[in-house]
Structures are given as C-alpha cells and as structure tokens.
Design a protein around this ligand. Structure first.
Ligand code: HEC
Length: 157
C-alpha cells in the first residue's frame, strides 16, 4: 500500500517534469498565478521618469501621441489585448525608443510597461512586473481600462 502511494506520487512528479514549469510552477507558487498583472507603484514611478527621458519627445508627455506617433493610451490596450505582456515588452525592447532601439535595460523596459499600464487605469499590486519574457508570457495583456470605461458609460440603471 505504501509502495502504491509512493508510486502514484512518483507518477505525478514525473508528469510535472514532463510539462515543465508551465503547469506545475503556478500551482506550487501561489503568488505567481497565471494571468495576474502586477506592478508596484515605485516601479511605475521609475518608469515615468524613464518615459519622460526616452519616450515623451515622440509619444507626448501625457502619452497622447503626436503627428505620426501613436498614443500609448486607450487605443494601445485594444491594439495589444488578446496578447500576453511579453509581446509589448518585446516590441518596446527591440523597436523603442525609435532613435535608439534596444538601448534600455530589461528592468527599465519593465518599469516603462508598468508606467504605461498605470496610465491605462491598471491598478498597481504587491509584486513587481517581471522583466524577463518567459515570466511575462504568462501574463495576459489587461483589457481593464477599456472595459471599465465602456461599462460605466453604457450601463445606466
Ligand atoms: C523618435 C520617436 C519615438 C520615440 C523616442 C519613441 N517612440 Fe514609440 N513609436 C514611435 C512611432 C513612430 C511608432 C509607430 C511605429 C509603427 O507603427 O511602426 C511607435 C510605436 C510605439 C508602440 C506601439 C504602439 C501601438 O499602439 O501598438 C509602443 C508601445 C511604443 N512606441 C512605446 C515607446 C516607448 C516605451 C518609448 C520609450 C522607451 C518610445 N516608444 C519611444 C516613435 C517613437
């Protein structure tokens, strides 16, 4: 009987190894549930300073864009919703700032993404937004801001 129990556990463990981190890790580490966006207020504040230095000249001090530069508010959420956060992080890491693509460190780009999320009405949380694409791949791009705006304006009691 003890042998059977052990064997069952052995089977479970090897199943975990086969699917590798993806399925098992979120169950083991409850704090890192799939799909939960979290960034800290300090991280977004750091991102705000970096944004001012590296991005505002084109995307505008209030993220509204200018001329042929897209706004990083509102429309940004609909452009990227349905993707995971690694996509926009990757885009910013490789393509921005347009005059010096790839010049910012991963942690700085994560801070900028945190700042952009904040400016799109995504509330901060207890954990920092990760700065590696593997971890960001498990987090869905939030549609919070857009949805909330639509709901409050269209549903009147
Ligand atoms: C020299 C001007 C310039 C600077 C500086 C710049 N951008 Fe951009 N950015 C653009 C342009 C132009 C586009 C549109 C590119 C395209 O459509 O191919 C763009 C597109 C984007 C997009 C995609 C928007 C969408 O709706 O899909 C994001 C996100 C973005 N930039 C973030 C940043 C961040 C973050 C920084 C600072 C680290 C930055 N940009 C700095 C000009 C700039």
């Amino acid at each position: 009987m003890a042998f059977n129990a052990l064997r069952r556990r052995g089977v479970l463990l090897s199943a975990c190894v086969v699917v590798g981190g993806l399925v098992c890790a979120p169950q083991v580490r409850g704090a890192e549930r799939t799909g939960t966006v979290s960034y800290t207020a300090e991280q977004a504040e750091h991102g705000a300073a970096l944004y001012k230095q590296n991005c505002a000249v084109c995307h505008g001090g209030t993220l509204d864009g200018a001329f042929d530069t897209p706004s990083l508010r509102g429309r940004l959420i609909s452009n990227w919703s349905g993707t995971t956060l690694d996509k926009v992080f990757h885009y910013i890491s490789k393509a921005m700032p347009l005059f010096a693509p790839g010049s910012l460190k991963p942690a700085d780009n994560a801070a900028i993404v945190a700042f952009i999320l904040r400016e799109n009405d995504v509330a901060p949380g207890p954990r920092e937004l990760p700065s590696d694409e593997g971890a960001l791949k498990k987090i869905s791009f939030p549609s919070v801001g857009g949805k909330r705006a639509k709901k409050t304006s269209s549903t009147s009691p």
